[in-house]
Write a protein that binds this ligand. Structure first.
Ligand code: 5GP
Length: 201
């Protein structure tokens, strides 16, 4: 029985590196590629990092109910494709959504069994340094991301798990453990182990 894994973290926490290492460690996890109206950053590839669309297209998709969830983050729109998720889950894949807290709450409403994980940076100062070092965004964008981080962290108690990203490999191992434990829950095992259990009936 497949499930959704929702990961949220303030921008600059290292979430993207965590997620790409996690996908290597656990090939049964499929990463959802979101649609966004944000312009691509250097090195970002359309269809791989995001589907980059203009506002008109995004609004059209919203109207057609093509998003499972959507949100405005830092002045741009982001959304998760409903059909892609449903297809993967029907094929027995676990799907990972890397989305903000507004989206995480919407997913929770639709899929109460979704697993949610919040990743915190070791401190606000370290987050600031990471955003500055990244050098991909202008100063005013960085300021906006820092104030959004405060807002994002205020929702941390709504998540099932909280991880402080001190060390990339350690964080990846911790998430991999959570996912493995989730798969072993009886409710998720019952369908797959029906024949085995029937032997004891
Ligand atoms: P970035 O622009 O730095 O890639 O992402 C900005 C924020 O948008 C991050 O917190 C990221 O998790 C969030 N985000 C990315 N895709 C989606 C999405 O499809 N839905 C929602 N709600 N948030 C998203």
């Amino acid at each position: 029985m497949s499930f959704l894994i929702v990961i949220s973290a303030p921008s600059g926490t290292g979430k993207t590196s965590v997620v790409s290492s996690l996908l290597q460690v656990d090939p049964n996890i499929n990463l959802s590629v979101s649609h966004t109206t944000r312009p691509p950053r250097q090195n970002e590839v359309d269809g791989h990092d995001y589907f980059f669309v203009d506002r008109a297209r995004f609004q059209e998709m919203l109207k057609q109910r093509e998003f499972l969830e959507s949100a405005e983050v830092y002045g741009n729109f982001y959304g998760t494709s409903r059909s892609w998720i449903e297809e993967k889950m029907a094929a027995g894949k676990d799907v990972l959504l890397e989305i903000d807290c507004q989206g995480a709450l919407q997913v929770r409403e639709l899929y109460p069994q979704a697993l949610s994980i919040f990743i915190l940076p070791p401190s606000l100062e370290i987050l600031k340094q990471r955003l500055e070092q990244r050098g991909m965004d202008e100063n005013k964008v960085i300021e906006r991301r820092l104030s959004a981080a405060r807002e994002e962290v205020s929702h941390v108690h709504k998540y099932d798990y909280l991880i402080v990203n001190q060390d990339l490999q350690e964080t990846v191992q911790q998430i991999a453990c959570i996912v493995r434990a989730e798969r072993l829950k009886t409710i998720r095992q019952l369908a797959g182990q029906r024949e085995l259990i029937a032997q004891f009936a």
